[in-house]
Write a protein that binds this ligand. Structure first.
Ligand code: TNX
Length: 507
């Protein structure tokens, strides 16, 4: 190769990487010659007044007036209904200025997020990006049930993740170790259920919950960033905090304390007690009133049948309904709770368990258990359920990047989940688009047993959530580890500047 050709090649690849310094990687970029200084932009133009909310997010970069002008160099936000995807956008940078077009406000917002990263150096290369996501659903989950996270911290988290085009924040609001949402018809859920005497023998009481008003405020804050807040009330297992508040909800008539240790309880909500369905349908009605999200998570994980087998009420329902197996009680349980969701036009999300015969039709399933995703994706296709992929082996960000990051004695079971492994996540598990068109997207879970505060939540989230965001957004042919790793290092500078905790990645 001639020296000059080699030189050009090097310059070109350096440019390509610089211009592509965006996470998640856009799906199509056309490079042109030249660049634009951000400080040269004179004003912001909107095709539509309603875009002024999105324009606010340009302020930290370009504090210029919103105006219509033939003179100067504009950054234009423009609704363009010829763009056919809801979340897609076109971003053009040239000598005439910057134009971000999309069919929806969400698409415009995502275009702004891309521009923000492109322009980090104060300069943007001339280019055209035509982008839209591989999957429409890209989420993270926080678990304030195990360790409470104050409302203001949830907002900081939402703000941080919105830069990477996530569409949802899933909040795990109830578990054995705590009930975190104010329910007006059942005040003891928070009076009793939101407090535990200690955690794994540390002798320190732990408590906290969100008022309905705080949750509405979180929902509105997230909506501005085009993030939907999806609440979860986990049933019929993981319900000891609720049982501690209202002991009649369980099969055995024993008063239980809010659980102070990690692990799975056999104390489920009783499937044979009408009072359970009355209470929980009222709870879910209040949840629907607080959260406008069409998706409502109703749990379903790790619910051992032990107590249902010996409960006369559960067994009476099994006999009366003519069920052949006790597992059918589980299907029955979700069907009863789904009545309230249906009435409110909502769809249940459920942690899929392979031994439950059916779930309410139209439910959306989570593939989560370590190593089971290929089987779950296949089963869901056969049974007609949509799937969200959150597999333990790629997307459990509560698992440490290296084992020594968590030293608690109770954590010896926990595997490590390195940055690179998260990046290897292909949600479709190698299936073609046609074979996997029931996959809605991806979610990473930050379970809270070993996440005592926001700073730790950030430490587990970043930079691995960069990899998850890219697994959800970017097509496989746009993804390459070395290139991604370099982009991540640049992006970490932004987190540093924003004072957001992260783990220094290992390559
Ligand atoms: C299993 S994942 C759980 C959670 C734990 C998590 C710890 C799932 C649906 N259930 O209750 O927090 O493992 O990694």
């Amino acid at each position: 190769m001639k020296k000059s050709t080699l030189f050009l090649l090097l310059v070109f690849s350096a440019m390509a990487i610089r211009a592509q310094n965006v996470i998640p990687a856009p799906n199509k970029i056309t490079h042109e010659n030249g660049s634009l200084k951000i400080s040269a932009i004179t004003h912001i133009e909107l095709s539509n007044d309603s875009l002024s909310a999105e324009a606010e997010f340009l302020r930290p970069m370009i504090d210029r007036p919103i105006a219509k002008s033939k003179k100067g160099l504009p950054l234009t936000l423009q609704i363009d209904k010829t763009i056919t995807t809801d979340q897609g956008y076109v971003l053009k940078v040239d000598a005439e200025g910057v134009t971000i077009s999309a069919a929806t406000r969400q698409g415009i917002f995502f275009g702004i997020r891309t521009f923000e990263q492109l322009a980090m150096s104060g300069k943007a290369e001339h280019l055209t990006i035509e982008d839209s996501p591989r999957y429409p659903y890209r989420a993270l989950m926080l678990d304030p049930a195990r360790h409470f996270i104050p409302a203001e911290d949830i907002k900081r988290y939402i703000d941080a993740i919105s830069r990477y085009k996530f569409t949802a924040l899933h909040l795990h609001l109830s578990d054995d170790q705590g009930w975190r949402v104010e329910i007006k018809s059942y005040p003891r859920l928070t009076e009793i259920g939101s407090r535990r005497s200690e955690t794994e023998g540390d002798g320190k009481p732990h408590s906290g919950f969100y008022t309905q008003e705080q949750l509405r405020d979180i929902v509105a804050y997230a909506a501005k960033r085009h993030i939907e807040v999806i609440p979860e009330i986990d049933i019929p297992g993981h319900s000891v905090a609720a049982i501690a508040a209202y002991e009649e909800l369980t099969c055995r008539d024993t008063v239980l304390p809010v659980r102070t240790t990690i692990g799975v309880s056999t104390d489920l909500l009783c499937a044979g007690n009408e009072r359970v369905f009355e209470v929980y349908n009222n709870i879910f009605q209040e949840i629907c009133n607080i959260f406008p999200s069409r998706k409502i998570h109703i749990g379903g994980d790790e619910a051992p049948l032990t107590n249902w087998l010996s409960c006369p009420k559960c067994q009476a329902v099994k006999a009366a309904k003519g069920f052949n197996s006790n597992q059918e009680l589980m299907s029955y349980f979700f069907g009863r709770i789904n009545e309230t969701l249906l009435r409110n036009g909502r769809v249940p999300l459920i942690w899929y368990e392979v031994d439950v015969p059916t779930y309410p039709s139209g439910s959306i399933m989570f593939a989560w258990r370590y190593g089971l995703s290929p089987q779950v994706i296949k089963e869901c296709r056969e049974k007609g359920y949509k799937v969200i992929c959150a597999p333990g082996e790629y997307a459990y960000l509560d698992y440490p990047e290296v084992k020594s990051d968590i030293t608690a004695e109770s954590s010896s079971w926990i595997p490590a989940l390195p940055f690179r492994k998260v990046y290897e996540f292909d949600p479709a598990q190698g299936l073609t688009a046609a074979e996997s068109n029931h996959i809605l997207g991806v979610e990473a879970t930050i379970w809270g047993e070993y996440v005592p505060d926001l700073s730790t939540a950030f430490f587990r989230t970043f930079p691995r959530a960069f990899a998850l965001a890219e697994a959800g957004w970017s097509n496989m042919d746009r993804r390459e580890w070395n290139n991604f790793y370099e982009r991540s290092l640049t992006e970490l500078e932004h987190l540093k500047a924003k004072n957001i905790n992260f783990r220094q990645p290992q390559k």
